[in-house]
Design a protein around this ligand. Structure first.
Ligand SMILES: Cc1cc2nc3c(=O)[nH]c(=O)nc-3n(C[C@H](O)[C@H](O)[C@H](O)COP(=O)(O)O)c2cc1C
Length: 378
């Protein structure tokens, strides 16, 4: 049984299932080329989570993905407001920013350094992966994606007004995430091709409106622009529900994060496979903006401190200090990758090839929709 929606025509794909662009570490372990290509090869749309990647790595990742598939795929980046970041910060040198935080927020820096000690870890120097996003670097990320003419540009955060005409001029489609009606309407007015309505349940940066309330409102507000649902969707029941709410497809993160092709550390995979929904909480301690993560030792320590998180990108620099120390000791489990509330549904048996995730989601949704017509329509 197959399921086809207008999303398939808009994006040139077979099934209305998109693997979310997930950025976490600077090597892109959350969306390796193998995962992106596997999803696209299986008939969905794979998306590279390019947000934390240096522009050169984005280019390399696009090439690697092209070696593995000739189907459409996308790259996701975020366009955060970066007006506060001094534009003369050399991207590879977080030392300057560390010094700024030491001067402007000594309590926060002192707390993080003490946390490193309390966890039995050792402070490390910034490595090549510790870089600060400046407006110039975001622009270079975008330029790479435009030059490479990837089929789909996904914008996770930020104003789409300037990027839509640039992408359309290259023959690319633009997807944009929205956590409320206001942002969705703004994206639609900017000419975005597909709006991804992302609910409170989602892993990563997210808003505070749950999908049952959000999706029908966004669908009504941006019609005829197609809407895709994101957050809390990991099987055919979620896909069928999203279609019932008026969406034309789904954008799924957490379920693909534990696919066999994902390259996240086994400690992170275990957090998702064994964690309950209540373990995945929304907070600002990882990046400075609300994002949903496993409640790791890192987050628990911040909660106890009573300190408020710094703004983006400074909080991320503090997170990086502990990440470096945890990696050096091979104890990454004190940290966490983002993950959604649906983690509570996912167990060891859900660690499968991406193709299997996609195909089971598809056939289960098609069966549900068929059965429901027989069961409830009189
Ligand atoms: C590990 C991880 C990293 C994420 N990073 C990004 C990102 O860089 N850009 C973005 O637009 N969304 C990001 N998200 C949000 C996803 O795109 C997506 O909206 C979310 O995963 C959907 O909810 P689900 O996890 O319940 O499927 C991330 C999500 C996860 C789980």
């Amino acid at each position: 049984m197959k399921l086809k929606t207008t999303l398939c025509d808009v994006l040139g794909i077979q099934y209305p299932i998109i693997q979310a662009g997930m950025g976490w570490d600077k090597q892109g372990s959350t969306t390796p080329a193998a995962l992106v290509a596997a999803v696209s090869n299986a008939g969905g749309l794979g998306v590279v989570g390019g947000s934390p990647m240096q522009p050169d790595l984005i280019r390399e990742r696009i090439k690697q993905t092209r070696d593995l598939t000739d189907r459409p795929f996308g790259v996701d980046i975020t366009l955060p407001r970066l007006s506060e970041v001094p534009s003369d910060v050399p991207p590879s040198d977080t030392r300057m920013v560390r010094r700024f935080i030491e001067d402007a927020h000594p309590e926060h820096m002192g707390f993080v350094r003490k946390m490193v000690q309390d966890l039995g870890l050792e402070l490390q120097e910034p490595d090549a992966r510790s870089w600060i996003k400046t407006p110039e670097l975001v622009r270079r990320q975008l330029d790479v994606i435009l030059e490479e003419r990837v089929q789909v540009l996904a914008i996770g955060l930020g104003d789409t007004r300037e990027v839509v005409p640039l992408a359309h001029a290259q023959g690319m489609k633009v997807l944009a995430l929205a956590g409320n009606v206001r942002h969705a309407v703004r994206h639609a007015r900017n000419g975005v091709d597909v709006i991804v309505a992302q609910g409170y349940e989602a892993g990563g940066h997210t808003g505070n409106i749950a999908n049952f309330a959000l999706i029908p409102q966004v669908v009504d507000a941006v019609r005829p622009t197609p809407v895709v649902a994101a957050g809390g969707i990991a099987d055919g029941r979620g896909l069928a529900a999203a279609l019932s709410l008026g969406a034309v497809g789904v954008w799924c993160g957490t379920v693909f994060l534990i696919s066999q092709e994902s390259a996240i550390h086994s400690d992170y995979r275990n957090q998702i496979v064994t964690g309950s929904t209540e373990d995945f909480i929304l907070g600002r301690y990882c990046s400075g903006k609300p994002s949903r993560h496993f409640r790791s030792a890192y987050i628990q320590a911040w909660e106890k401190s009573g300190l408020r998180a710094l703004d983006m990108p400074y909080q991320g620099v503090l997170t990086d200090e502990v990440r470096l120390a945890a990696e050096a000791a091979n104890r990454v489990g004190v940290m966490s990758v983002p993950g959604g509330q649906i983690a509570g549904l996912l167990g060891e048996k859900h660690v499968r090839p991406a193709r299997e995730i996609l195909e089971s989601m598809m056939s289960e949704a098609a069966q549900i929709l068929k059965d429901m017509a027989g069961r409830y329509v009189l």
